[in-house]
Design a protein around this ligand. Structure first.
Ligand code: ADP
Ligand code: ZN
Length: 761
């Protein structure tokens, strides 16, 4: 490297390409805008224009390289603050992603196109009367026979002298020609006014009476608000303990200090009530980064945050990149949720990114949950995070009583006499749950039923040979759906018409096994014809605001029984819900994944927490075939700490998080052989790296086939790296990503690196 010549002005640019290096360019005198770290630049790359981000000024010249000039710099000032540039660089480094790809996380989609890098704001045309209004006599003279123009003039006058062109056209029916005519006479002037695109402006929120915090809430609020600089809090509060109020009071303290904040929620569409409460408390200071926003709406929210017009960003994981300045706090609600991990590169975990960002900004982080992840819990025990507890429900509320119904004893006979002759409904809804539902309907109280399996039947099986219909592209059974009748793969969305005969033996007695939400909805409809029943799962919530509509119907009392998948387990707060039933607690409990039990416990605790949130109290019925499983046993008593004590023992040997850090490298190819060979060669390369002593303290597991061996037509193998030293993992992964050269790799073969994976399936 040699220093740049004086006046040469070289910069480093990160481009959104699957490449780990950055590129050097020369500034261009013909480009007007100044370039700083975080500015976008349009550059020539190979034969194309690319839009990248300047990551360094005064770059050094690499000898022997031809350095080209930048073509354009669209921003008068950097679009990404220097703090976010370093945050994205950390993500690129830690999660082993190309820097230009990581930087995209900090940009709204509208700013990522190379051809039209300046988005247009949304405007509306306003017509305003100019000068003093003419007298009636003058009007006769001015308008003469132009009656329409006079009517238009007088309409604007009656609306206070100005209105939108849209209103005149669409509501009052004036033609564009008449409007243009009036403008031409100079009697009205038109101007374009910039409007922020904010779909929440139309959703009304009831003003909530201010609550006064309980002593436990107050203690938590005071500790957090007094935090000097960067500190991480783990707020362990049982369901219904009033965590949201604690967040709100912390946010108030942050705003009062002139700072800004970010609130992360697992999935914003699922938590309209929580979002409404923040909006109720802070109104216009909040930007809600809803997944249903259009690119334009998202851009406007981004701009308002960047300019400081909005000072709190609420959103799902990507909101951690909100361009706020003077950050005072980041709240991560339901911090244990898997949705905080991004499933594609860069595979970052928003909770970890939040901690990094807050740390650099000297801000506080609050991780809130009734069922914290084991990782966070262990960090709190080690004193890395400060543990704050809300051990009780607010206002004298008690946690609901939980009852277990053991399905195993009931339907497997066990004494050779075979199961009793029962129908579909009885097999699915036990007499206990049935009776409880009846009782709620009679009292006009509401029930929530969880079944974490959508579709009609979970699989179709041949009675003669036992064959189960599976996806041709994935090693996954096909789920039977009704309306329309089809077999669907939930991984690749492959669909086929159900066949009347077995695909293997040609037998004709195909049976549907395992119920899904569609089927239970139908059973409930037959059983309780007068009840209002709503189903909430991926299939009923494809519309933008579908979740809100269903939940609004629950709030209004129109729905007596809300049936759904895990979507209904979080955040819902309805005082009239006094019963929660778990139709089948065992879905997922036996998945070959080290977090399967933890997930199951979290889901059961969360959904149980929906019951009895009002003065009427509530109860929970869990149906299971494994009542002795620790995830079920401790959900019964709402005992998080006992669950952790039991679960953590199983993570010691073989070691899994929180005892070690993991990195999962997945190899996939269309041919089984190719995936296997790729994994073997990479495994060999990696073990040589370790043997050579280049990196120490890493255990290699595999290569082995992934638990789900095939997804979307690709065979999958994986290699697992374990270490107690994060730095060692970073080094090994970067060596691998930058230097491993699979001679046989083609577009057909893929390697993905998943650091701190949330699942190993
Ligand atoms: P969590 O998120 O911990 O499950 P929420 O924040 O949803 O609990 O609060 C549960 C319910 O208690 C909400 O209806 C909320 O309005 C109410 N609540 C919270 N704090 C108080 C308080 N200090 N006094 C009265 N009601 C409260
Ligand atoms: Zn499939």
């Amino acid at each position: 490297m040699t220093p740049a010549e004086p006046g040469e002005a070289l910069i480093e640019v990160a481009l959104p390409l699957p490449l780990f290096q950055t590129f050097t360019y020369r500034l261009n005198d013909a480009v007007e805008n100044p370039v700083a770290v975080g500015s976008r630049v349009v550059v020539p790359f190979r034969q194309r224009r690319q839009i990248g981000v300047c990551v360094r000024l005064n770059a050094e010249r690499k000898p022997g390289t031809r350095i080209r000039k930048i073509l354009d710099a669209p921003d008068p000032e950097p679009v990404i603050g220097a703090d976010l540039v370093s945050l994205c660089n950390w993500i690129a480094e830690y999660y082993v992603a190309p820097p230009g790809v990581a930087l995209r996380l900090a940009l709204p989609v509208l700013l990522t196109g190379a051809d039209s890098p300046r988005p247009r704001p949304r405007t509306r045309r306003i017509l305003r009367i100019t000068g003093d209004p003419p007298s009636l006599l003058e009007r006769d003279a001015i308008f003469g026979r132009a009656k329409q123009q006079r009517a238009l003039y007088e309409a604007i006058e009656s609306l206070g002298g100005s209105t939108t062109a849209e209103h005149l056209r669409d509501q009052l029916g004036f033609s564009p020609a008449v409007i243009a005519g009036l403008e031409k006479r100079g009697l009205v002037a038109a101007e374009d006014e910039v409007v922020a695109r904010d779909p929440f402006l139309s959703r009304r929120i009831a003003a909530a009476p201010p609550l006064s915090p309980t002593p436990a809430q107050r203690a938590a609020i005071e500790t957090m608000s007094a935090a000097a600089g960067a500190e991480t809090f783990l707020l362990h509060g049982v369901t219904g303990s009033g965590k949201t109020l604690v967040y709100i009071e912390l946010l108030r303290a942050v705003l009062n200090r002139g700072k800004t904040a970010i609130v992360l929620v697992p999935e914003i569409a699922l938590t309209p009530q929580t979002v409404d409460r923040f909006r109720g408390a802070f109104g216009d200071s909040i930007a809600v980064l809803h997944s249903a926003l259009s690119d334009g709406e998202r851009y406007d929210a981004w701009l308002a945050l960047k300019r400081g017009e909005k000072r709190i960003a609420v959103g799902a994981r990507s909101a951690v990149f909100a361009p706020v300045r003077d950050l005072g706090a980041i709240i991560v609600d339901e911090e244990h949720e898997a949705s905080y991990k991004q499933g594609e590169a860069p595979r970052y975990h928003a909770r970890e990114v939040a901690i990094m960002r807050a740390h650099a900004a000297g801000a506080a982080v609050v991780l809130g949950s009734a069922t914290p992840s084991l990782e966070s819990w262990v960090n709190a025990e080690a004193g890395k995070y400060k543990l704050l507890r809300l051990p009780e429900r607010v206002a004298g509320g008690t946690l609901p009583k939980v009852e277990i119904v053991n399905l195993r004893r009931r339907f497997t006979g066990g004494n050779g006499s075979g199961p009793p002759p029962v129908g579909d409904y009885e097999r699915t809804i036990s007499p206990e749950l049935d009776e409880a539902l009846h009782a709620r309907l009679a009292l006009r109280q509401q029930s929530i039923l969880l079944l974490n399996r959508r579709g009609y039947a979970s699989f179709v099986q041949c009675d003669e040979c036992g064959y189960v219909a599976t996806c041709p592209n994935c090693s996954i059974t096909l789920t039977h759906h009704r309306t329309p009748e089809r077999l669907v793969c939930h991984y690749c969305l492959h669909q086929e018409a159900p066949s009347a005969t077995c695909g293997r033996c040609g037998g004709t007695t195909l049976r549907q096994r395992g119920v899904g939400t569609q089927r239970v909805e139908r059973m409930l409809g037959e059983r309780f014809p007068a009840a209002g029943i709503a189903r909430m799962d991926v299939d009923t919530t494809s519309g933008k605001w579908a979740h809100v509509e269903i939940l609004d119907r629950v709030a209004s009392g129109e729905v007596d029984i809300l049936l759904g998948t895990q979507m209904i387990a979080k955040g819902l707060d309805f005082a009239n819900v006094t019963l929660v039933g778990v139709v089948d607690a065992d879905v997922g409990i036996n998945l070959p994944d080290f977090r399967a039990s933890e997930r199951c416990f979290q889901l059961l605790s969360q959904v149980a927490g929906r019951a009895g949130r009002g003065p009427k109290g509530g109860s929970v019925i869990i149906q299971t075939r494994v009542p002795e499983h620790h995830a079920v046993v401790h959900a019964l008593t709402h005992d998080y700490e006992s669950f952790v004590a039991a679960e953590i023992e199983g993570r010691r040997e073989p070691a899994y998080p929180p005892f070690v850090r993991l990195a999962n490298i997945v190899f996939s190819a269309v041919e089984e052989e190719a995936a296997m060979e790729l994994a073997a060669s990479a495994g060999e390369w990696m073990s040589q790296l370790l043997v050579a002593g280049q990196v120490e303290g890493i255990t290699l597991v595999g290569p082995a086939p992934c638990p789900i061996e095939r997804i979307k037509n690709r065979w999958r193998w994986h290699l697992l790296l374990k270490s107690v030293q994060p730095g060692a993992l970073t080094r090994a992964l970067r060596f691998f990503a930058e230097r491993y050269d699979p001679a046989t790799a083609t577009a057909q073969r893929r390697i993905t690196i998943d650091r701190d994976p949330v699942s190993l399936l």
